[in-house]
Design a protein around this ligand. Sequence first.
Ligand code: G
Ligand code: G
Ligand code: MN
Ligand code: NA
Length: 252
Amino acid sequence: LQLESSLRHALDHDSLRLEYQPLVELATGRIVGIEALCRWDDPLRGAIPPNVFIPLAEESGMIEQLGGWVLQTAARQLQALHEAGHDNLFVAVNLSARQFQRGVVLAQVEDALVRSGIPPNKLELELTESVLLHDGEAVMSTLRQLKALGVKLSIDDFGTGYSSFAYLRRFKFDKIKIDQSFVRDLIDDPDNAAIVRGIISLALSLGLDVLAEGVETEAIAQRLRHLHCTFAQGYYFARPLRPEMLAERLGG
Ligand code: G
Ligand code: G
Ligand code: MN
Ligand code: NA
């Protein structure tokens, strides 16, 4: 309960922040996008990881407000980067299942686009299986309306769910993000290598973009290039960065 009221206080006093992890085109090494990752530094407890406070926000009904704040902030900071000349960059934002169930996400996305002025196709929404699990007509209808706004939709942590393939049939996503658990052991584990190769070729034959998460070494990046994976993300390229550090990294 105490952690919950601290989170509420942080939300109300604008003391959450976002870091941005570069998303890289494998063939060129160019940074094409950034993923927004929410951070909370509690004054007393120090950094609380999102794996702790996101579920807490979901359970306590704060995820709507938190999610709205993330969308607004990510869109506004992207607009600043566009104005600084990085005008092809897109931002990816994680959405949790609860945000979807409550149905406000569409209005929040529209509001973030209007207020920031970023082009809709420069906003990507990352969905996990937990969203798609409740694939009733309400979720499908929200996905279609989001798509109609012109934003991009990706499946995050692909391969970890029980029926990831079914979603590909039910909805036309723009991108598949291969879960880092498969990528990490790409070199040493032939089974993981086969799975990664399979997901890449599946994505490419469906005409989708494909990104490998959790790339930590040059050897893995090299192997992914060889497998014609389009995009990657991971500590090898860059860790999640504060906005100032990101701007520095982007240069110009
Ligand atoms: O950096 P990493 O520890 O950032 O993130 C841990 C987990 O928290 C990841 O699964 C990530 O998707 C999730 N996460 C980070 N930021 C957000 C956010 O703004 N919204 C949601 N729903 N999840 C987030
Ligand atoms: O679930 P999602 O894919 O949104 O979460 C991204 C998470 O992965 C964040 O916690 C981010 O900090 C973390 N991450 C990003 N790159 C790497 C990496 O190369 N190695 C590891 N172990 N984690 C990573
Ligand atoms: Mn993600
Ligand atoms: Na992921």
